[in-house]
Design a protein around this ligand. Structure first.
Ligand SMILES: [Cu+2]
Length: 176
């Protein structure tokens, strides 16, 4: 009995530590467009700064189109993507006139401009999009560049500004 309890406590502790290293924005397939997928942010062992980002969209987007997406400042209020504010931008570069994010100089990009630094979500012939990259300008819970408690917003392919989907970034994995 004691052994079982011991194993249980150890595994709970382990689970907690593992989960503590990861946060996600889960698009659950509800809402008008039935957008399904996730953006997952994972801390890398031994690396103090930066997160490994994995994106997978399985449903809800038009084939062959490209969608911009970003980390926006706030979490969603009443399901309205317009409540999430502007992009995460601790260095304030986005306020400069003629701001443009060049993927070759990501240090001059807004931290939250994920598609600017790493490319748009490109939907393939099967209606899916996948991306996987390391971004050294964001963290999970950093004071200025932390993503937890904020949101991921996906914009329309057409005008690149209309907000068509959003999801809060919370600790843990997605089950979608
Ligand atoms: Cu955005």
């Amino acid at each position: 009995m004691k052994l079982i309890l011991f194993v249980l406590i150890i595994s709970l502790y382990f689970l907690n530590t593992v989960q503590g290293k990861e946060a996600s924005a889960c698009f659950t397939g509800k809402g008008d467009r039935k957008i399904k997928g996730y953006v997952t942010f994972t801390e890398q062992r031994g690396k103090k700064d930066g997160l490994h980002v994995q994106v997978k969209i399985t449903q809800g987007f038009a084939q062959g189109k490209k969608y911009p997406y970003h980390v926006h400042l706030y979490k969603i209020v009443n399901g309205d993507c317009n409540s999430t504010g502007t992009h995460l931008d601790p260095s304030g570069v986005g306020k400069k006139p003629n701001y443009h994010c060049n993927p070759k100089t990501p240090n001059e990009c807004e931290a939250g401009d994920l598609s600017g630094k790493h490319g748009d979500l490109e939907i393939d012939h099967s209606g899916m999009a996948k991306a996987s990259y390391f971004d050294r300008f964001i963290s999970l819970k950093g004071h200025a560049n932390g993503v937890v408690g904020r949101s991921v917003v996906i914009h329309a392919a057409k005008d690149r500004t209309t907000r068509i989907a959003c999801a809060d970034i919370v600790m843990g994995k997605c089950h979608v």
